[in-house]
Design a protein around this ligand. Structure first.
Ligand SMILES: Nc1ncnc2c1ncn2[C@@H]1O[C@H](COP(=O)(O)OP(=O)(O)OP(=O)(O)O)[C@@H](O)[C@H]1O
Length: 916
């Protein structure tokens, strides 16, 4: 049993071993198969990877293809092609112009050729050519003024042209007949030459007339002038030569020259109508008179008034009384106006009948509705040391000497009510100057606390500072807005008195809205808050703008007039001389152009307004604006200069020019002064930088007999402006608002916080993602601009850089390239005022300017308000950023995460007309 059991166990073991070995075998085969599978799997994985890589490549290709095929890209390409087409057309027009220029040059060449022939013949064979000369003279007589013209140009000779002309062999008709067989291809006959000369003569005139007319009218030439600037001067030289030559009279016969005397005594009705004679004033006197005093330049006025009897009521050695253009009485006194003098004047005038209002600098209490006997005239006396209340018994006015040590405005104000007008005598530097240097601040007090603050700030800025000049401030505080601060400086005592009194006139204008002495509209600038809001041009009730003009303004894209613009327009239309001094870009020039257009009568074919600007760029820019505003007015304009012919057709209603250009026009006798009723000096402060500026202005004023309304616009150098202009102005209105800032609310301004060293990458990123074009990038320095430009070019961006000191032609070329979209980015430190960049879409302040004036000039000066601004802000810029934001009462937006939202969707919507 035991052995059987053992055997059985053995068998079982053997069987188990066999099974085990089988299983082992199976495992081995399986593991070898697994290995095979793993290898296969790896192979498959590799294949998958390869396929993925291929897929990626294909995807990239697809993206690329998509990109190429994308609609926008195609559109852009098309617009680029269109722009190139435009450039081609402009090049064609340049070529045509060049061809036109070549014609007169050819003509001159032939003239020289002919003269050479004559002189050669004379010297070589005087005898034999006598007969020919007589023939020649006969022909000459037939060709009339052509020969005169040739003679007039006889002084033009050059060795080069002699060389050219020597190619020709001169022969007479007889020679040709006798030697017909000889080749005459290179010979010129007299009659042929003359024929050619006369045909060239007419083509010369055709071309000159066409060109000079186009220069004069400049309707579409502003761009052309830029394009063909290299061509135009030659032509101008020719015109210049011809008009200065003795014989040019012959040429000018072509023009219908109107003699000045023909124009005298014509068309002055407007002015006459505006003036009121004594009789008229007398008739409206009761209850409607205001007397204003002026002791400035009384002797001058004496003289001028002697010629203007019609509006002078009374004149004596010491005083005169006249009705000014606002229907108010101007009383000029040689001496200080004492009680006696004023009373005497009033008594001597029939105007004292009825009720009367008197405004002197001190006595502002309205005396309306009092009879003559009740009038108490207060002595003209300045600088009382004490706080004077004797005139303020009725709490109508409080006077304070601010320089008095213990003067506390708040204490004084305790006694005043909320609306007490306040006179503030301040600003004495030392007793020595007490007599001469007084400051008067008058303001309506809406809120005493607010005024107190203002007073303190005035103390800081003007009273306590040791300034040499007088600061004379007058503010009208309407609501929260400072309406009409006025500062006058550096004046003698006489001038101070006069200026005070003049301001009194304006205050009277403001206060007495209900009085309409001369039929003018009353001043709208009262406490009515509505008048202070920007107002829509159509709803601008204070002035009736020409319907055509308001259509033009709307068409230009302007909807509203700012408060100051309304104020300016009002005074300008009322014929006042104005000094408008403000922060840059407040809209002075714009409203001035509009006022000029409102004042001119386009049915009168005469020059009626002159606008002087410092540079030709500004003249071109102004011309464009005037053309645009006056689109429906049929207004003609021209840029002044020596190239304006004596008789331009149509006669420009408005001449816009540099002072030098206008003097050239005067020299050439091409300006008729008789109908000029307004002279504007725009950017007068900048003109001080130019030599001989004021001599030129004096010349212009002398030429115009100091007659026209004078408007002076400036943003700085107020003292100089007063020094130079206050003498020649009559009863000027001062709109002096150095602190009022333009609104930037409607301009999108983003900020990007970026460290200095990453600025370039940020710019490049923007260039790529926003697909930047028509973009101006401002850097702090020229070297930085260059560096940025070079680095961008290395990355295949199309950029250019310009700076102010660049050669004008190079600069123009680069700017033209930028305007034509041939380069996408323009990198600069500053653009010239007047250069037109209205098609620009983006401004990048690569370096943020440190002051708000530069900031506003950068973003408003040359661009339209659809432009978007990106400011790069580094740590160091945070203060400047804050200053800018508080100055303009706005907040820069953070740059959005998703920049594609900012992409300009459709370039086609951008006004292409402003491109070129
Ligand atoms: N009423 C208005 N509505 C919209 N834009 C205006 C208006 N008036 C002026 N602007 C714009 O404001 C910008 C500045 O105007 P403008 O050049 O007349 O100012 P300025 O005070 O003469 O400037 P500067 O002091 O630099 O000579 C211009 O781009 C102009 O087109």
């Amino acid at each position: 049993m035991g052995t059987v059991q053992l055997q059985l166990e053995k068998k079982e073991n053997v069987g188990r071993n066999v099974k085990l070995s089988k299983i082992h075998k199976q495992i081995n085969t399986m593991s070898s198969e697994i290995e095979k599978y793993v290898i296969k799997q790896n192979q498959l994985q590799n294949q998958i990877d390869e396929l993925f890589a291929e897929k990626k490549v294909l995807q990239n290709k697809i993206d690329l293809l998509n990109e190429c095929l994308s609609f926008d890209k195609i559109k852009r390409k098309i617009s680029e092609l269109e722009n190139k087409q435009k450039i081609l057309t402009s090049l064609e027009s340049i070529i045509n112009n060049l061809k036109n220029e070549i014609k007169p040059l050819e003509y001159l060449k032939h003239i020289l050729h002919r003269q050479l022939m004559v002189s050669t013949l004379t010297s070589n064979d005087l005898d034999t050519q006598e007969q020919k000369n007589s023939e020649n003279s006969q022909l000459t007589a037939n060709s009339g003024c052509a020969i005169e013209t040739l003679d007039s140009l006889s002084d033009i000779s050059s060795e080069d042209s002699v060389m050219v002309l020597s190619e020709y062999e001169v022969v007479s008709d007889e020679d040709v007949i006798s030697d017909m067989e000889k080749s005459v291809s290179n010979k010129v006959m007299y009659d042929e030459a003359l024929q050619m000369a006369s045909s060239m003569h007419s083509s010369l005139f055709e071309s000159l007339t066409k060109n000079t007319e186009s220069i004069a009218t400049l309707s579409n030439v502003s761009d052309l002038m830029q394009d063909v600037s290299c061509v135009q001067p030659n032509l101008n030289d020719i015109v210049g030569t011809m008009s200065t030559s003795n014989k040019s009279e012959e040429l000018l016969k072509m023009y219908d020259v109107v003699k000045d005397k023909n124009l005298l005594n014509c068309g002055k009705n407007d002015e006459v109508e505006l003036k009121h004679n004594a009789e008229y004033v007398k008739s409206i006197a009761p209850g409607a008179n205001q007397v204003t005093l002026s002791d400035k330049g009384s002797s001058d006025r004496h003289n001028s008034l002697n010629n203007k009897e019609h509006n002078m009521l009374k004149s004596s050695n010491d005083s005169w009384v006249k009705v000014n253009e606002n229907g108010l009485l101007d009383i000029a006194l040689k001496n200080e106006p004492t009680v006696d003098i004023i009373q005497e004047i009033i008594e001597d005038n029939t105007l004292s009948q009825g009720n009367i209002e008197i405004h002197t600098h001190r006595q502002n209490n309205k005396l309306a509705n009092r009879s003559k006997d009740e009038i108490e005239i207060l002595p003209f006396k300045l600088n009382t040391e004490d706080i004077s209340r004797e005139y303020n018994k009725q709490k109508e006015k409080i006077e304070i000497d601010a320089h008095k040590q213990n003067c506390q405005l708040t204490n004084v104000l305790k006694d005043s009510n909320e609306f007490t007008p306040l006179i503030l005598n301040t600003g004495l530097i030392s007793n020595e100057y007490n007599e001469q240097k007084n400051i008067l601040v008058e303001t309506h007090v809406e809120n005493n606390k607010q005024l107190d603050q203002k007073f303190e700030s005035k103390e800081d800025s003007s009273v306590n500072k040791n300034f040499e000049n007088i600061c004379y401030c007058m503010e009208y505080n309407y609501g929260n807005e400072i309406h009409n601060p006025i500062c006058l400086t550096n004046n003698s005592k006489d001038e101070i008195n006069s200026l005070m009194l003049n301001i009194e006139v304006s205050s009277v204008m403001k206060k007495c809205n209900d009085l309409s002495v001369n039929g003018d509209k009353p001043s709208p600038f009262n406490n009515d808050e509505k008048s202070l809001q920007p107002c829509h041009i159509d709803k601008c009730s204070i002035m009736d703008l020409n319907i055509e003009l308001s259509n033009g303004i709307r068409d230009h894209g302007f909807e509203n007039f700012m408060t100051l613009q309304q104020q300016f327009l009002f005074h300008c239309i009322n014929g006042r001389d104005i000094i408008f001094h403000s922060y840059p870009c407040i809209g002075k020039s714009t409203i001035c152009f509009i006022s000029v257009l409102q004042k001119i009568n386009t049915s009168l074919n005469e020059c009626q307004a002159i606008i002087l600007v410092p540079t030709l760029e500004l003249a071109l820019c102004g011309l464009k604006m005037i053309k645009s505003f006056g689109k429906f007015l049929n207004v003609s304009t021209c840029i002044g200069g020596s190239n304006v012919p004596r008789k331009v057709s149509p006669v420009p209603h408005v001449v816009i020019s540099t002072p030098h250009g206008l003097c050239d026009m005067i020299n050439c006798n091409s300006l008729c002064k008789d109908f000029i009723k307004i002279l504007v000096v725009d950017d007068a402060d900048e003109m001080f930088n130019y030599n001989g500026f004021f001599n030129n202005i004096r010349r212009v004023l002398l030429f115009l007999n100091n007659n026209p309304q004078l408007i002076v616009l400036s943003t700085s150098k107020l003292e100089e402006i007063f020094d130079q202009f206050s003498e020649v102005m009559q009863n000027p209105e001062y709109i002096i608002v150095p602190d009022e800032k333009p609104s930037l609310e409607d301009i999108l301004q983003y900020c990007v916080n970026v460290p200095e060293e990453w600025k370039f990458d940020a710019l490049y990123e923007l260039y790529e993602t926003l697909n930047l074009m028509r973009t101006v990038v401002y850097c702090k320095t020229w070297s930085k601009s260059l560096e940025v430009a070079v680095n961008l070019r290395l990355k295949s961006c199309t950029v250019s850089a310009v700076h102010q000191e660049m050669d004008t032609r190079d600069r123009k070329f680069i700017i033209q390239k930028f305007r034509s979209d041939l380069c996408k980015l323009l990198i600069t430190t500053e653009l010239l005022k007047g250069e037109d960049f209205s098609a620009v879409l983006w401004i990048v302040n690569y370096d943020l300017p440190t002051n708000s004036k530069d900031y506003v000039r950068r973003i408003v000066g040359c661009f339209n308000r659809r432009v978007r601004v990106i400011n790069f802000i580094t740590k160091n810029d945070s203060i400047a950023k804050k200053n800018i934001e508080t100055s303009f009462n706005m907040c820069m937006l953070n740059f959005p995460q998703n920049v594609t939202d900012l992409c300009i969707p459709d370039l086609g919507s951008v006004n292409d007309s402003s491109l070129n």
